[in-house]
Design a protein around this ligand. Sequence first.
Ligand SMILES: [Zn+2]
Length: 204
Amino acid sequence: MSSNVLALDTGNLYHRVGRPERAEVEAAVRTIIRWTGDDPDRDGLIETPARVTRALEEAFVGYAHDPAAMLQKCFDETDGYDEMIALRGVRFESHCEHHMAPIVGRAWVAYIPDGRVVGISKLARVVEAFARRMQIQERLTAQIANTIDDVLKPKGVGVVIKATHHCMTARGVHKPDTDLVTSRMLGCFRENGQLRQEFLAMTA
Ligand SMILES: [Zn+2]
């Protein structure tokens, strides 16, 4: 996987695909309800298309956010702080692009600054902005690491994600107790085995 390709899609993508109106999405949900065999006009279902559309809006709000822009505001008065900064176990909910099924997990995000640091909530926001899109876990992991690397230009970045994929646990092969672990190590996290171990120990 080339980091250039992975680093591309960080911004607002609506202009590329042309965003349908809300009413079209609600009509599509009505179609799905009819297709299941139920009646979208009965009392219990009448509000369902609007609710599902709002839920989708929330699940995919990441397309409206630009994670690179979130990291632009950083601080350089760090008195030479040059050790690891690690945000541990950020909970997220994403959706796999193959089944639109939930991917539920946690992300560990670490970097070693080269003079510049960001507010810690920004790291969590970057995770959210990429998670709330159609994803595969491998790309989610790489996009978080690449964006921090591109914008902050730190000495190194490490990202580890552990997540459960509902397309695998609740359907398909039905393996409820499995999770998928992915990682991307850049700069000193890739070159320095001891540093990588120190970070990985935090994710155990
Ligand atoms: Zn899937």
